[in-house]
Design a protein around this ligand. Structure first.
Ligand code: SME
Length: 160
């Protein structure tokens, strides 16, 4: 009998979404819904997409969870800005001890932000907040990075 972890199960469902959806926006909408519904510690799940305005800004895309006051985030602000400007995944186990953190809800305790690349350029990111401290372990990180890579490939192939 094989033992499948929750993250593996959800990853397979997301892989299927990728095969059946030919719009980047639809795939993002489906991913946030699925992650929010299935992963119990993922209390806010949303995409921010990079607008190449001057200065470049992250604009809130599809999301699930409470409305956030941060609908537009400059690249020099927040954990979101740090992930987009460095092109690196950021996992914060205790948001209240990270001076970069922009509060979305007082209940949030930990956060993961994963950049999305199209042709080696950051075009956006997937941001997830949890009401639980240190909610994002290695498996969660792999799952969220898988989603971000899939969206990047989709945007590259089909556009928004
Ligand atoms: N906490 C993020 C802001 C976005 S909200 O969490 C939805 C940050 O520090 O950039």
């Amino acid at each position: 009998m094989s033992v499948t972890s929750k993250t593996d199960e959800v990853k397979k469902e997301i892989e299927k979404l990728g095969e059946t959806t030919s719009s980047g926006k639809q795939l993002m909408t489906d991913i946030v819904r699925l992650l929010h519904d299935r992963m119990l510690k993922y209390n806010w799940v949303g995409f921010y997409m990079l607008e190449t305005s001057q200065p470049p800004t992250l604009a809130l895309g599809p999301f699930e969870g409470a409305m956030t006051p941060h609908t537009r985030i400059p690249l020099n602000q927040g954990i979101c800005g740090a992930a987009a400007s460095t092109g690196k995944t950021i996992v914060v186990d205790d948001v209240n001890s990270d001076p970069r953190y922009l509060a979305c809800s007082i209940e949030t305790k930990s956060e993961i932000v994963v950049p999305i690349f199209v042709r080696n350029q950051v075009v956006g990111e997937l941001d997830i907040d949890s009401h639980f401290p240190a909610a994002f372990n290695h498996e969660d990180r792999q799952l969220v990075e898988y989603c971000a890579t899939l969206v990047g490939k989709h945007l590259e192939t089909f556009g928004q």
